[in-house]
Write a protein that binds this ligand. Structure first.
Ligand SMILES: N[C@@H](CCC(=O)N[C@@H](CS)C(=O)NCC(=O)O)C(=O)O
Length: 199
């Protein structure tokens, strides 16, 4: 799904590693993820799904990152760093994506406005996630490891488009510098963009 940070994560990883992959588009906005054929691949009815061998499917973007990146320099060797990377990846799903990505989805595709109740109630926890990142980056260049890791990929996906969810990064200079560090990596390619629903 173009515009999906979750779908962007594995692409960004593969691009940074210089590895080939095939992107197969699923029309999630028009219910294709809820059809019988797709549900056999992921009973949760969501993208992304990795087909890692013919007929073998793996859902959940951060699990896909681990599967594809566990043999690369983006997965640290030190067990304490591995655990810290996983910690940030879990945090991304339960304390970041759930507020920032969902606000963005509502504003871009769900017909919400900045005044919608659903957007307003996500504002404080979303800002608090960005504040947590800003504080962490005050003392470290990366999330969980001493160099770029799978956690940075997971967090980059929705942080770099947080503005589309109504979360300006103006007050988060360390986060902006970190985004620039990730985007400067060799092989980096931007997220795919799709059609927007007409206003
Ligand atoms: N926790 C899942 C979330 C996946 C998810 O929310 N996917 C969205 C697109 S970003 C989706 O498939 N939406 C369509 C639908 O729910 O039908 C992951 O990280 O992969």
């Amino acid at each position: 799904m173009p515009d999906s940070g979750n779908c962007y994560k594995p692409c960004l990883l593969m691009d940074l590693l210089g590895r080939p992959y095939e992107w197969i588009e699923v029309d999630a906005l028009n219910g294709e993820t809820r059809g019988a054929e797709f549900l056999q691949k992921n009973p949760a009815g969501r993208v992304p799904v990795l087909e890692y061998a013919p007929g073998a499917y793996l859902p959940e973007s951060n699990a896909i990152l681990f599967f594809l990146g566990r043999d690369s320099e983006l997965w640290p060797e030190d067990p304490a760093e591995q655990a810290a990377v996983l910690g940030w990846m879990f945090w991304e799903q339960n304390s970041h994506e759930v507020w920032i990505a969902t606000s963005r989805f509502g504003l871009l595709f769900g017909g919400a406005t900045a005044a919608s109740e659903d957007i307003i109630r996500r504002r404080e926890p979303g800002l608090s996630a960005l504040t947590r990142m800003e504080e962490h980056l005050g003392g470290c260049s990366w999330f969980g490891a001493s160099s770029i890791s799978l956690a940075d990929i997971a967090l980059f996906a929705y942080t770099h488009v947080a503005g589309e969810g109504g979360f300006s990064l103006d007050g988060f200079p360390a986060v902006r510098s970190w985004l620039e560090r990730v985007a400067a990596r060799p092989g980096f390619r931007p997220m795919r963009r799709g059609k927007r629903p007409s206003a």
